[in-house]
Design a binder for this molecule. Structure first.
Ligand SMILES: *[C@@H]1O[C@H](CO)[C@@H](O)[C@H](O)[C@H]1NC(C)=O
Ligand SMILES: *[C@@H]1O[C@H](CO)[C@@H](O)[C@H](O)[C@H]1NC(C)=O
Ligand SMILES: *[C@@H]1O[C@H](CO)[C@@H](O)[C@H](O)[C@H]1NC(C)=O
Length: 324
């Protein structure tokens, strides 16, 4: 991928909701299935996972993206680079959620089919850390966040029955077998913190490691799981919100939530949005992303440096837009 694959386009679309802000200038990165982004503390990146199993790193507009890591020991570049076939995911790997431990400089990765991994700053074949929690194998690992203060990794399994290839079924039957889990790098132990979730996406660790926000895409809600204080180990519903997928904390301890509204009447219509909330679930800002995503769902909105980054595992590009 070279700089020729990156171009700027302009969109001017009417506002759908009066209080919305519509982004109208985007940089497009032509990469396949970028669900989530991670950045080095120094600002280098983004890193993202592709539908062909690679984890790539952005090296700036001159170089574009370069290969960084992969999860499957059986993956060969010749055979799998560029593949978009979901049936090959279990062989070439399908990385979704990513997050750095800034203290150890390790990148943690969840792969839908192959488990929880980490890889050092040199990249290459990532190390598999876990494939099951409390005896039940992972089925559809999805989102991840790392608490760099404690080293704890928080991640989710969308379902214990269905995998990513069964997306339509999971939505139709409103699957409620998802799990929210932690991985402790000191003991290598995976713990199930919450069970019976409805489509849990990527959770986000909050201020001073005191809580994690857990989104349920099918459940249309956001909950706080307390790690400290009088409510430790308890969950509290903090807001109802349509289709929340990944949550990403900002430097000011607020959160961006990718939230796609699915309307059925008068006709099926998805409205992709980024919603910024504080830790209490108060809405601070809404970004309307229909200007570029039309009526496609999005999975992640992240704010880093002077830009927003927007991704979806089901689309063939990522977008970024300057914060103005
Ligand atoms: C890699 O290939 C070996 C030998 O065919 C197989 O046993 C193993 O399960 C494969 N691993 C993955 C992650 O596909
Ligand atoms: C929270 O749960 C952990 C086990 O996951 C347990 O070790 C700890 O004592 C619990 N803390 C409280 C305050 O309930
Ligand atoms: C949105 O619509 C435009 C114009 O029809 C099209 O070029 C673009 O590919 C669409 N984007 C998505 C994500 O569907």
């Amino acid at each position: 991928m070279t700089k020729r694959s990156i171009f700027i386009i302009f969109f001017f679309l009417p506002l759908l909701v009066r209080s919305d802000r519509t982004l109208n200038t985007f940089t497009i990165f032509q990469i396949s299935g970028p669900e989530s982004f991670a950045f080095e503390l120094t600002g280098h990146g983004p890193y993202s996972g592709l539908s062909d199993g690679r984890i790539i790193k952005y090296q700036g507009p001159e170089i574009g993206f370069v290969d960084f890591a992969y999860t499957s020991p059986n993956r060969t570049k010749e055979k799998y680079d560029g593949t978009n076939d979901p049936e090959l995911g279990p062989i070439c790997g399908r990385p979704l959620g990513l997050g750095f431990n800034y203290r150890t400089e390790e990148l943690y990765i969840v792969d839908v089919y192959l488990g929880l991994f980490k890889v050092g700053p040199k990249g290459g074949l990532a190390k598999q850390l876990a494939t099951a929690a409390e005896g039940v194998p992972f089925k559809w690992l999805d989102g991840l966040d790392v608490d760099s203060r404690t080293g704890m990794v928080y991640f989710t399994d969308i379902s214990t029955k269905y995998t990513m290839r069964d997306l339509k079924t999971v939505i139709r039957i409103r699957d409620s077998t998802g799990r929210f889990m932690s991985y402790n790098p000191k003991t290598n132990e995976v713990k199930v913190l919450l069970r019976g979730l409805q489509g849990p996406g990527g959770a986000g660790v909050g201020r001073e490691s005191s809580f994690v926000l857990v989104p349920e895409c099918i459940g249309n809600r956001l909950s706080t799981y307390w790690l400290k204080g009088p409510k430790t180990n308890k969950t509290e519903l903090i807001m109802s919100i349509p289709g929340p997928t990944n949550i990403k904390r900002t430097l000011s301890d607020d959160f961006w939530i990718a939230s796609t509204i699915n309307l059925q009447e008068p006709a099926p219509l998805a409205i992709p949005r980024g919603v910024k909330v504080d830790e209490f679930g108060n809405v601070l800002q809404v970004l309307n992303l229909a200007g570029i995503y039309n009526n496609s769902a999005i999975i992640e909105v992240q704010e880093f440096g002077d830009s927003y980054y927007i991704g979806s595992a089901f689309l063939s590009f990522a977008a970024s837009s300057k914060i103005c």
